[in-house]
Design a protein around this ligand. Sequence first.
Ligand code: FES
Ligand code: FES
Length: 196
Amino acid sequence: MSSGFDRVDEMTPKKLSKDQSHLVSVCLNGRNRKAMADPRMLLTDWLRHELGATGTHVGCEHGACGACTVLIDGVAQRACLTLAVQVDGRRLDTVEGLATSDGDLSDLQQAFKRHHALQCGFCTSGILMSCSDWLGRIEDRVPTEQEVRDMLSGHLCRCTGYTPIVAALMEVAQARFERRKEYLLSINDNKESSHA
Ligand code: FES
Ligand code: FES
């Protein structure tokens, strides 16, 4: 899949004592948060147990299911393959940050709801985070269904059969593309009228 899981390798941890906890500070969904972490504590456990961010789910705990996917500095990553101490000083985005502070769902969440793209919801937060990253990278075009299915191949869903998820994603990609096209056209129109 093309969501950039290679970034974990770039996060070289500082030299840390294995016998003591360390303070880890992050910007989580736009808010500064910090908590202690043992050197081997997984990011999934730190988010859920230390910060109370339980929207990030834990499935296989070895990188196969995608349920734990979060954005680290804007890139989708497996939180179960990341140590909490590796994210010190970084920006994290989790499913809790997708809706507005007033509780309005994002366009992606609304499309999932409309298309019944979730049943038990266990896989959903991870899929939403991968989609958020991926859609942001392809905003200048509409992906093919095969591309969407390839991207989703990094996630396991035991409920939906994937078809409604694909439909929701295709709809959001198309709508974002149309909005972007209109925006670019309006900028162009403004430029031309200011030169007239
Ligand atoms: S819990 Fe991380 S990939 Fe399954
Ligand atoms: S909605 Fe149940 S695992 Fe995906």
